[in-house]
Design a protein around this ligand. Structure first.
Ligand SMILES: Nc1ncnc2c1ncn2[C@@H]1O[C@H](COP(=O)(O)OP(=O)(O)O)[C@@H](O)[C@H]1O
Ligand SMILES: [Mg+2]
Length: 241
């Protein structure tokens, strides 16, 4: 399906509030965040540590529920969905990559990618997982366990797992934070490639200014609110060419 970048809104947040923790430890994290991201757009989420970047990513990935405001992702209103519906929504529409890989240590690379597909009812889960791992250069590591893989290889498995269900939304929280520069760049190439080739929307949290400049736009958070947005269309197109 061709995506029209100029009209389709992939992610829309209106006045989103989020508090986490309980009792005296409860923290008001997101304060009236409004944001619109187009289908196929690459957005870099930047800002100081503790400004709410990860929390915002969790809200738009359907991993945390906003306390107030509206969250619409891939045409689905997330506000008010119960846990089961949110989990189904994530499985279908959102691919997530974390800084610390989050692979299941007792499963091989191919199992890490295939099992979520199986749970989603895909009959071709293992074939599809093998194909995705081959596409990220790990065709020769299918039966390796995470502990037998380098950090960069583990993150490739995580990227293959995120891409396998062909999600329309791809979110990544400092995906290169645990990797050296060259390895991190390869991981970013995979994510931007997926964004460009599959028309996916990419939202990426990063401290890396070079990486943020590869996006179409940056959104800067401060103290749980959007402080600034900056369009970078020219730079992004150039570095991805
Ligand atoms: N589960 C939680 N319970 C209480 N406070 C939290 C929780 N998660 C994050 N916070 C707090 O919310 C703020 C924003 O955190 P986070 O979204 O992780 O920021 P960032 O990713 O920009 O560093 C921080 O002050 C953090 O301590
Ligand atoms: Mg964070």
């Amino acid at each position: 399906m061709p995506f029209d970048k100029t009209t389709a809104t992939a992610i829309r947040l209106d006045g989103v509030d989020l508090s986490l923790g309980s009792g005296a430890a409860r923290v008001h994290i997101l304060k009236g965040v409004s944001l619109a991201i187009k289908q196929g757009e690459a957005v870099g989420l930047v800002g100081p540590s503790g400004s709410g970047k990860s929390s915002l990513l969790m809200v738009l990935a359907g991993l945390e529920r906003a306390d107030a405001g509206r969250v619409e992702v891939a045409g689905q209103q997330l506000t008010g969905l119960d846990e089961d519906s949110l989990a189904r929504f994530r499985g279908r529409h959102v691919g997530i990559v974390f800084q610390a890989f989050h692979l299941i240590p007792t499963m091989t690379a191919v199992e890490n990618v295939a099992v979520p597909l199986e749970l989603a009812g895909r009959a071709d889960a293992f074939a599809r997982a093998a194909a995705e791992l081959t596409a990220v250069g790990l065709g020769h590591r299918l039966d390796h366990y995470p502990s037998q893989l380098s950090g960069g290889e583990q993150q490739r498995v995580a990227v293959a797992r995120a891409l396998a269900p062909e999600p329309r939304i791809l979110v990544a929280d400092e995906p290169t934070g645990n990797l050296d520069e060259a390895t991190g760049r390869q991981i970013m190439d995979l994510l931007f490639e997926a964004q460009a080739r599959r028309g996916a929307t990419l939202v990426i949290v990063t401290h890396d200014a070079t990486l943020a400049r590869r996006c179409d736009r940056t959104v800067r958070l401060r103290s749980g609110a959007v402080e600034a947005e900056e369009a970078l269309a020219g730079a992004g197109a150039e570095s991805r060419a």
